[in-house]
Ligand binder design. Sequence first.
Ligand SMILES: Cc1cc2nc3c(=O)[nH]c(=O)nc-3n(C[C@H](O)[C@H](O)[C@H](O)COP(=O)(O)OP(=O)(O)OC[C@H]3O[C@@H](n4cnc5c(N)ncnc54)[C@H](O)[C@@H]3O)c2cc1C
Length: 454
Amino acid sequence: MTAVLHERLRGDVIDVTDDRYDEARKLYNGMIDKRPRVVARCTDVADVMAAVAFGRDEGLPIAVRGGGHNGAGFGSCDEGLVIDLSPMKGVRVDPAQRTVRAEPGCTQGDVDHATHAFGLAVPAGIVSSTGIAGLTLGGGHGYLSRQYGLTIDNLLEVDVVLADGRLVTASESEHADLFWALRGGGGNFGIVTSFRYRAHPVDTVHGGPIFFAFEHAAEVMRWYREFLPNAPEKLSPFLGLKSVPSTDPFPRELWGSRICALVSCYDGPAEEAEVAMKPIRSELPPPLLDGCAQMPYPALQALFDPLLPPGLQWYWKGDFVRDLPDAAIDVHLDHAAQAPTELSLMHLYPIDGAVQRVGADETAFRHRDATWSMVIAGIDPDPTGADAITRWARSYWEGVHPFTMGGAYVNFMMEEGQDRVRATYGDNYDRLAAIKGTYDPSNLFRVNQNIVVA
Ligand SMILES: Cc1cc2nc3c(=O)[nH]c(=O)nc-3n(C[C@H](O)[C@H](O)[C@H](O)COP(=O)(O)OP(=O)(O)OC[C@H]3O[C@@H](n4cnc5c(N)ncnc54)[C@H](O)[C@@H]3O)c2cc1C
């Protein structure tokens, strides 16, 4: 069967008989172990079109893989076809127009590397190995979101291979319905083969972690909820309940201690950052560690990469959060104190500022009135710990869920069922379902947080 695919593709076609099969089916989340029938490593749009036609004609489930970072493992599937876009890594920066065209196999690091040469950046996430494709299609938030919005708020145009095999361009002026749906609706509508983004002048930034002793966590969280709404948008501090990694360059005496962290990025020179961050340094108890420094933006983006190599076990759950009442803080601290592993964490990522200046119905991403996107992640290098991190993340989430807005960022969800997908899209769900009916009526692209045709 795969001989046909070999003939039609320039890229590699890998099935179970190939020595590279186990490597080719691996995902970032080591907890996911799927066995596809075949992996098509596409090198260009023609390969993607051929692979879609093959999967459709053979009646195979189709998984689309960009960076392979998806927590639920939607970058692969059992007994189906994986359309692996990782060889498609072209990036073209237009410094005069401040736009960037990127292929879907790029990681954030690939895009940051290319844009930084021109003193530019596209707002995206905070770990450089994350794929831009999955991140963008879910929304995309990171250090520059308060200032410049979500990744989708900076998306100008995409090329998409549809379920019927056609390639179309979607933007505000062409296939505007599809463009609306792709900005938050995930991989439901087709395979994006090119993203064109608006970039912003971002060069060196001031950032890094500040760690406070866990005994001060309640005070830091209460202070943070008041500070954030009034903080300049060039400053983005996210809050974490986590542990000091037992590795250099962290001070040995702190290794493994539970802490409350504020991890910041200030987009500007050190002198300005000092002023913006002064309240953090003067209004809170003395930190255990202040690791902030001036650095190139891509360096901040890659700061946590060494701590999070591929292959760890991950179980995560998310929710959007508007307020952080004292009662919620108490629940957070109870659960965070019982984290089963050093890497397990809770992060609150700010998505106020520019994110909130886009209407809830202007893109598929619904929760524009949230202050934070929360993730609770159980993480363990040891596969035997998979059950313990899963139990902890679920129980933590059940504790804090009543204090949240209900839906979660689609990129921070496991396979959690239709109710969760509906809660996430809220009023936008029916419009998404109608657009799904137009572009993918037979649900060819269903290995994702699936939108069901009405
Ligand atoms: C360590 C880590 C840090 C993270 N940090 C952030 C962060 O700071 N901000 C943030 O917003 N998110 C963050 N995420 C979440 C991240 O956005 C998701 O995991 C996302 O799914 C990753 O995209 P990918 O291309 O790597 O995933 P993949 O697993 O390759 O794909 C994920 C999904 O996207 C779809 N897809 C991928 N490529 C295409 C395409 N070209 N066309 C159509 N559909 C496609 C697939 O169908 C699949 O459902 C992080 C994840 C990890 C593991």
